[in-house]
Design a protein around this ligand. Structure first.
Ligand SMILES: Nc1ncnc2c1ncn2[C@@H]1O[C@H](COP(=O)(O)OP(=O)(O)OP(=O)(O)O)[C@@H](O)[C@H]1O
Ligand SMILES: [Mg+2]
Length: 261
């Protein structure tokens, strides 16, 4: 299996703070990774690097066989689908949901060319439909609910048919039914062997879709553990990551954790 991401000894320094400290993270094309860790652990920072949107202070980064620093990131970015707050904030509030998705095909956030291929619009509409937000296609992005906005963002991330899909807290702000729909749809997506290698950041074990294969646990910019889900997602590792005694529960491929009694 080809590697999609090879991060070796990656550190990110901002002033005196180390956002990431010597983190190595390897993702192969058939793997689906979850990144877990408390607020401020460095999850978004790591995803920004994997998305070729940030350069590390030290360490080496290869994304889809290209070395960060030796490749034009504007060639690389269309191959990476990113769903994050930073992308959402960059989308103009007046842009329709459909345009918010279509413009991904051109690597921009505002609609800048009047003549789009009908094919692209059809694809964007189908993606909105697949993620349950087809009915809001003509509504301004800024008027959508949190949950609708998340789904539009995922549709946008998938628009370019990426080889790497990065989802930073896609379940944040969703109600229970919305979360379950997202988990089910994501599980369906990753079950397809042609689906892109996927990395999902979350705070909540309930948001891990069945079918995710690996987990990286981050704390204070350092990897606590990384590896196959079954061996790595343990009460012990979770407790070390979140610095509270936690007990892991698993049921039918879904996870949760509570404070140990
Ligand atoms: N430019 C910066 N200068 C100093 N500190 C920064 C800078 N950017 C981010 N940080 C800090 O780096 C740490 C890691 O941030 P990051 O956004 O990667 O965390 P996270 O794991 O995604 O957290 P959350 O779960 O809250 O989203 C945080 O403590 C943040 O305040
Ligand atoms: Mg974050």
């Amino acid at each position: 299996m080809s590697p999609v991401l090879n991060l070796d000894g990656v550190s990110v320094r901002r002033g005196r703070k180390l956002l990431l400290n010597d983190v190595s993270f390897h993702v192969n094309e058939d793997e689906r990774w979850v990144i877990l860790g408390p607020n401020g652990a460095g999850k978004t920072t790591l995803l920004q690097i994997a998305a070729a949107r940030m350069f590390p202070s030290s360490g080496s980064v290869q994304i889809l066989d290209e070395t960060l620093g030796q490749v034009d990131v504007f060639d690389l970015r269309p191959l990476i689908g990113l769903c994050s707050n930073a992308v959402a904030n960059a989308l103009p509030a007046r842009e329709t949901a459909l345009n918010a998705v279509v413009t991904a095909a051109y690597g921009v956030t505002g609609r800048w060319r009047e003549e789009y291929e009908r094919f692209d619009e059809r694809r964007a509409f189908n993606l909105l439909n697949a993620w349950g937000v087809g009915t809001v296609f003509d509504r301004p992005f800024g008027t959508l609910s949190e949950g609708e906005r998340k789904r539009v963002q995922i549709a946008r991330a998938l628009m370019t048919d990426p080889e790497l899909l990065l989802l930073d807290e896609p379940g944040a702000g969703l109600d229970l039914a919305g979360r379950e729909a997202l988990v089910a749809r994501t599980a369906e997506l990753v079950s397809d062997e042609t689906a892109p290698a996927t990395v999902l950041v979350t705070h909540h074990l309930e948001e891990i879709p069945p079918g995710f294969t690996h987990v990286l646990l981050l704390r204070d910019g350092e990897a606590v553990a990384a590896g196959p889900m079954e061996q790595t997602l343990t009460s012990q590792n979770l407790s070390a990551t979140f610095d509270v005694p936690l007990e892991l529960a698993e049921r039918g491929g879904r996870y949760s954790a509570f404070m140990a009694q």
